[in-house]
Ligand binder design. Structure first.
Ligand code: ZN
Length: 94
């Protein structure tokens, strides 16, 4: 508890405020975001827990920020999955 939750894309989701158990035996983290709202994150999305809790990025993108879901084949820079051209080296990914 109190750990910072970070998505694999690097987005900070907030801090773990509570841990709940659902009826099916699953575990849900109650995460308080920077806006003070609680988000429920299913533990199945958690890819690792160390200093921080790391969760897989949501497929939907509500914030409108670029989704750096993939890395450039050539230079390895993070780039939005839907982008054909690498923003770093400018090479086509197709
Ligand atoms: Zn590149």
């Amino acid at each position: 508890m109190g750990k910072t939750v970070i998505e694999t894309s690097g987005v900070v989701k907030g801090k773990v405020r509570d841990v709940m158990f659902d009826l099916g035996g699953g575990v849900i983290f109650l995460v308080q975001g920077a806006d003070g709202k609680d988000n429920q994150i299913d533990v199945s999305k958690v890819t690792g827990i160390s200093e921080h809790v790391v969760v897989r990025s949501e497929p939907s993108n509500e914030s409108g920020a670029p989704d750096y879901g993939t890395a450039c084949k050539f230079c390895g820079a993070a780039k939005p999955a839907q982008e054909r051209w690498c923003p770093s080296c400018g090479r086509s990914q197709i």
